[in-house]
Design a protein around this ligand. Sequence first.
Ligand code: 1WB
Ligand code: MN
Length: 344
Amino acid sequence: MAGKFRRIATEEAWSIPEVAEKIREVAYYPGDNADMYLMRGVYDRQPGYGTLNFLDGLLDVDSQRVAEMDKYGVDMAVMALTAPGVQLFDADTATEMATLANDRLAEVIRKHPGRFVGLATMAPHSPKRAVKEMERAIKELNFNGFMINSHTNNEYLDNPKYWPILEAAEALDYPLYIHPRAASDPMSGPLRDYGMDAAMWGYGVEVGTHAVRIMASGTLDHFPKLKIVIGHMGEAVHFWLWRLNFMNSRSQKVGRAKKTELSMAEYFHRNFAITTSGVEDPLALEYSIKKLGVDNVMWAIDYPYQPTEPAVRFMDEAPLSDEDKAKVYAGNAERIFKIAPAGN
Ligand code: 1WB
Ligand code: MN
């Protein structure tokens, strides 16, 4: 892998048979969660997503995934249990499955030295146990961060009951990646038609809303050093910073919005970094780098949901200086996820 640039892909998905089997089961539980449709497709190969066959790619490491990485010069993948993680399960099952998934990911990392690092999964619905698992993941499994798949039972991380998780991420000093899942029930109605529920549109609406809730609630006043990573070219949140600032400060003045220590843009610049996962648009990349600084944008593929070759080509062809490209491809991930530089 002696390419010109080290390539670290930062939002790479995988799963284990036990979690896949459990998701297949809960996807038919009574209820009207918008994630169910996608889950039936991916995990039970029902029409819609079944034919895309993501499942094989998710469950595989040794045959296809590593070969694909080698073929396109992807040096390292930052891996996490795929959306919606364990968040569809009841708290006990979720806690148990998170531990199992993290143990398995640690095995993958050991088996392929230098090729993978892990983001821990945990059960937000059981914050105390989640914090224990976060500590174990960093201190015993040597993981490099955490992933939560947006809402849990329609609740968001601005809810103080989840703050122990934010506190732990800040104290352990590793980033929290907020990955999409289908929108929470009250928001999901109009997103259910025309395939809009998932990656096409609903995912971005869900995580964008989550990020704005975290900022507008003043939650980050309590966790000034917390680093939050969001994918899909920032879920477009940074496109709205000017308007978020204008409207939020006006609303704060008339008592419609919560008083916060910083402006929305200040929170975003201080606490967030973004990845390019699944958005291979040069103009969106240029805007992101200009708006957020080249130090806050990381490359990702979103394997196996997105193909590797165009993701690599997109970044190889991006009109950036070598110095900037090296940052987006690897340097920023090394700093933000504390990944040892190549050769170490
Ligand atoms: C897709 C993308 C589906 C992601 C997913 O199911 C996840 C998709 C859990 O492209 O349809 C993802 O991780 O971005
Ligand atoms: Mn993803």
